[in-house]
Structures are given as C-alpha cells and as structure tokens.
Design a protein. Structure first.
Length: 175
C-alpha cells in the first residue's frame, strides 16, 4: 500500500495532467476566449446606479427636513436660554408665549436688558445642564424636563418646561 505522501503526490500529478491535457485540447481546437470588458462595465453600471440613487435621495428627501419634534423643542430651549443670556427682548418674544413674556419683561425692553445683564454679571450665563429629557408631545402642547446651571455660581435647577406650538414653532410657556 502506498504511503499518504505518495497518494497525495499521485493525486496532484493526475490533476496537473488533466489540466494540461484540457488546456492543450482547447488550444489545439482554437477555443480561446477573447478578453471582454463586460464584467468591468457591469461593475461600473452598478456603482453609477448606487451613486445616482444616493444623489436623488439627497435631492428629494434632504436630511434637514427629517427633524423630529424633540429636536425642534430642544432648539426652542436653546433659543430661549440664549435670549435670556443676551437680554434680547425681541428674541425672547419670538421664543416665548405672550403670557410668559409679560411675566419676564415687566418694564421696557431697555430695563429688561439691563436687569438681565446684571443677573449674568452676578451669577453667570444660564446653560442647559445635560440633555433635556422626558419629551411628551400631545398635539400642539409639549412638556420637557430641563436641567439648567448658572455658570458662575454653579447653582443648578431642574424643572418641567411647557411648550405650545404656534405656526410650526414651539414656544416656551412656563419657565
């Protein structure tokens, strides 16, 4: 009986001989396939189709239109806090319900700006401390849990902010 190495070598030799014979027969018969560009062209076509699909998706469904209500509420929180920090009465009116504006701006716009500048000088700017959470939306009303912090004093507070949607804009209504 032949050893494992001998049997393996015999198998390898027979495969090589079969391949050589097949190649010789094909060459003798003139059956050589010409090279073709079809596989490359198909691959290029697939890549072009994928790129076209990506372009069309970006054109007809842009990412900026895929904004959630939670993101819009977070933007309203940021606008409100920025208006408070800057003492900008007009920006505050744009981000706040009328009832809330009446509570925050009791005198003239200049008085409000001066009072806010003094508050910011004393305690520092108000910043949102962490990400808002607990978003609850019911039609045109919303509630969000917001934690804030005063930069200089380090004083923190956490409360539920209420919102009302007016003309697709969320307004802060009870801070």
């Amino acid at each position: 009986m032949a050893s494992w190495r001998e049997r393996r070598q015999h198998w390898v030799d027979s495969r090589e001989e079969a391949q050589n014979n097949a190649s010789d027969e094909a060459a003798d018969a003139g059956e050589r396939r010409p090279p073709t560009a079809w596989p490359f062209l198909i691959a290029v076509g697939i890549v072009a189709a994928i790129l076209a699909a990506i372009f069309l998706a970006a054109k007809f469904a842009p990412a900026e239109n895929n904004v959630t209500q939670a993101q819009l509420l977070t933007d309203s929180i940021t606008e409100f806090v920025d208006a408070q920090n800057d003492g900008d009465a007009d920006a505050l009116r744009a981000a706040t319900c009328d009832d809330q504006v009446a509570r925050l701006i009791t005198g003239s716009d200049d008085d409000y700006s001066a009072a806010r500048a003094a508050d910011v000088e004393r305690s520092g700017k108000t910043v949102v401390d962490g990400a808002p959470s607990g978003y609850e939306i019911n039609g045109d009303r919303g509630v969000v849990d917001v934690s804030t912090k005063l930069e200089k004093s380090g004083e923190t507070s956490s409360s539920q902010w209420k919102f009302v949607r007016v003309n697709d804009t969320w307004l802060v209504c009870n801070v």
